[in-house]
Design a protein around this ligand. Structure first.
Ligand SMILES: Nc1ncnc2c1ncn2[C@@H]1O[C@H](CSCC[C@H]([NH3+])C(=O)O)[C@@H](O)[C@H]1O
Length: 343
């Protein structure tokens, strides 16, 4: 049963499919680890063939593959399994849109442990992870994030660069805050040969950004600024400040501190670009926005996913002149552009 049906009508299945939701997690993780999506790929494979190729028990593969087909991760025709074009695009290791690496971060024991006792997190308002969870200084989890999640950001980073670099080849100065893998700033540097880009993040995470900057061949136009975005001096005169997947880790006050720092660092025509999962005003769609809020509930002291009106209000509270929502399909995230001064 698809998620849409589950939310439109509560049934017996709704209860058990959600209580047993961890079977889905386990099955998808096992399939990625066993290489099942690479074995099936663009082929049609029988249970015996899959079992042989991944050197696994026939019973295990049979039960797993039928379950994967029941949750939409494989197609089945009798006892032959195959994948749709979309499945191949996201699940085949060699496809550019491959999502499988994200489990290294999303299903890491550290992140999963944040949800061991969610009721107590909610009752006490305190996360189970030590100190500030994933927003603690120099948190090693972000190095893993930068490696595991970068492939998901390669298309969005190119789409955001299109928005940022409106006048081709004009010298511009860009600050990529909480850069992680650094793909967003790197995409601007690749698009515009006269762009200078500064990458800000924890020292350990910047090592990954440096690798990606070198791979893109733009190291001569890259600077690195280690430390906390809340503490370090960002400098000034930037045409663009990129805030990608950062604000949802903090409460509104924290976000406003960041937006205010961005405003002070921008030049008179400068713009801040917030790239985020944005919840619709109903706060239940898109479902990944509501799910990302759950992630923040478990792993950060105060973060959550915001609606466009929340983000607009935060920008307005720190006196940006204009705020505009710019979807960049097919990315699931949206961009909110804040203009320091009127156009
Ligand atoms: N206080 C902080 N100062 C600077 N970076 C931080 C801070 N807290 C968390 N981070 C970084 O915030 C990033 C969030 S993940 C977002 C990474 C990237 N901008 C992307 O859109 O994919 C991680 O790289 C963290 O290391």
């Amino acid at each position: 049963m698809g998620l849409e049906n589950q939310i439109s009508e509560f049934t017996f299945d709704t209860f058990f499919n959600n209580v047993n939701g961890y079977y889905r997690t386990a099955a998808v993780k096992a399939a990625i680890e066993l290489g099942i999506f690479d074995i099936v790929g663009e082929n049609r494979k029988s249970i015996d063939e899959v079992a042989n190729e991944c050197q696994s028990s026939r019973r295990g593969i049979r039960i797993l593959c039928y379950f994967l087909a029941s949750i939409g991760f494989l197609k089945v025709d009798g006892d032959v399994f195959y994948m749709t074009r979309e499945m191949v695009m996201f699940l085949s290791r060699k496809a550019p849109g491959y999502l499988g690496d994200s489990i290294d971060f999303l299903l890491s024991p550290y992140i999963m442990s944040a949800f061991d006792d969610l009721a107590s997190v909610i009752r006490t308002g305190e996360i189970r992870l030590s100190s500030d969870g994933v927003v603690a200084p120099d948190h090693p989890q972000w190095v893993m994030f930068a490696r595991a999640m970068s492939s998901m950001m390669s298309l969005p980073s190119v789409l955001l660069a299109e928005l940022v670099d409106t006048q081709p080849n004009k010298p511009i100065k860009v600050l990529d805050v909480a850069a992680g893998h650094g793909l967003f700033g790197t995409a601007v540097a690749r698009k515009n040969p006269n762009a200078q880009v500064t990458f800000l993040d924890w020292e350990n995470v910047l090592q990954v950004a440096k690798e990606n900057v070198a791979k893109a061949g733009v190291e001569d136009r890259a600077q690195f600024m280690p430390g906390s975005a809340f503490d370090v001096d960002w400098g000034e005169g930037y045409d663009a400040v990129l805030l990608t997947n950062f604000l949802h880790h903090f409460d509104k006050e924290g976000c406003q501190v960041i937006l205010e720092k961005a405003k002070a660092a921008l030049n008179e025509n400068g713009r801040a670009y917030v790239f985020e999962f944005i919840a619709n005003e109903d706060r239940i769609s898109p479902s990944l926005a509501a799910a990302t809020s759950m992630m923040m509930l478990g792993t950060t002291p105060a973060g959550e996913v915001y609606t466009y009106s929340d983000i607009k209000e935060m920008f307005e509270n720190v006196n940006y002149s204009n705020v505009e929502l710019r979807p960049i399909p097919p990315a699931m995230e949206n961009v909110v552009v804040g203009y320091k001064n009127s156009l």
